[in-house]
Write a protein that binds this ligand. Sequence first.
Ligand code: ZN
Length: 184
Amino acid sequence: MLNKTDYDRLKAACKPYFENAKIAVTDEEWEKFQVAEYDLGCVDEIGLELIEYVNTARCCAKELVLLPGQTCPEHRHPPVCGEIGKEETFRCRSGQVFLYVDGAPNVTDETMKAVPPQSRPQYFTCRHEVILNPGEQYTIMPNTMHWFQSGPEGCVVSEFSTCSRDEFDIYTDPAINAAQDRTL
Ligand code: ZN
């Protein structure tokens, strides 16, 4: 569980990312700022920040910020509630995103842009690399394993998806699946 000091620190660190990307948010949205820290106690390494704009039964939109060095852990969105699972599109707004999806490897550990978190590299297995620069996007189909890391400047990523049901996501790292509260 994230403490308030870290929450406030990360929230303050993210503010200039929204400003620099010229993404306006209301005070009410800023109040709902979330940190996904996955209960691993290493949020600066494995974690990300977000504001959820909408999440209905059919669609979801979020703004994600990954500060320099932050990584979203490898996961997939399985079929749930009689539906095929979440489909999501990531669109880079600022900085650079190194995205890894299930599929034929196109990089090796030596040539890939991202550095898997050194505390638990075994849980970052996908090696099909997609690099997103501002204005570029990629769609991840349901139940497809993926993880991503910011470039050295950090990044802002818009996420457009079907309904988000984070509690059903399946992570490669068993410690994350065991955690109950994944966001603050
Ligand atoms: Zn996902």
